[in-house]
Design a binder for this molecule. Structure first.
Ligand SMILES: Nc1ncnc2c1ncn2[C@@H]1O[C@H](COP(=O)(O)OP(=O)(O)O)[C@@H](O)[C@H]1O
Length: 180
């Protein structure tokens, strides 16, 4: 069970939750389940960026597009100020800190992550860099650097039981926030 500290100056009717972590750790799987069992809205940042023309040039080395972060942030400001969002993205450093009441960083062991990314068709530099990202806990460090450490929580997600546990923990956290 985790504490439910709130951002002191912001009044939202429901919390905003950031779910981050290396690609393949299980963010979408967790967020989809959370959106099914709570009244919160799942914001899949990669999809939103693509659907709203917030992608800039293609980076062939990492087989990905660079985000137009300013355009994306401007577009999300209204829905984030209302609250009740679960934001799903592998990076956390460019979101405004004030948007989030809690940050969950998902983790997985290297072998599970390798298999999942391999199945997804990742290879070469893209696969290697994601595995390194997990080994060096880049997403966790980034979240701790850009958000108050007391709102950042690491959750392992390597099997179905942990997935269910994580859903339960986050639901309890939401309930606690709503009761405060
Ligand atoms: N807790 C888990 N246990 C076993 N497999 C999982 C778990 N979470 C996710 N997966 C599997 O791992 C793969 C990547 O999950 P996904 O949610 O797409 O990751 P992300 O959104 O972080 O890129 C999917 O095939 C998914 O079914």
């Amino acid at each position: 069970m985790v504490d439910a500290p709130q951002y002191p100056t912001i009044n939202r009717e429901a919390p905003n939750i950031l779910v981050t972590g290396t690609p393949g750790v299980g963010k979408s799987t967790l967020c989809k389940k959370l959106a099914e069992v709570t009244a919160l809205r799942w914001l899949e940042i990669s999809k939103i960026a693509k659907d709203n023309n917030c992608l800039q040039e293609y980076d062939p080395e990492f087989d990905t597009h660079v985000l137009d972060e300013d355009k994306l942030m401007d577009g999300l400001e209204e829905v984030m100020s209302i609250g009740g969002n679960i934001v799903d993205y592998h990076s956390s450093e460019f979101f405004p800190e004030r948007w989030f009441d809690v940050v969950f960083v998902l983790t997985a062991d290297t072998s599970s992550l390798y298999d999942r990314l391999n199945l997804r068709g990742y290879s070469g530099k893209k696969l290697e860099s994601n595995i390194e990202c997990e080994i060096f806990k880049i997403c966790l460090d980034e979240a701790k650097q850009f958000y108050r450490t007391q709102i950042v929580h690491s959750l392992e997600s390597i099997n179905e039981a942990q997935l269910e546990e994580n859903v339960q923990k986050i639901c309890q956290w939401i309930q606690m926030w709503l009761n405060n």
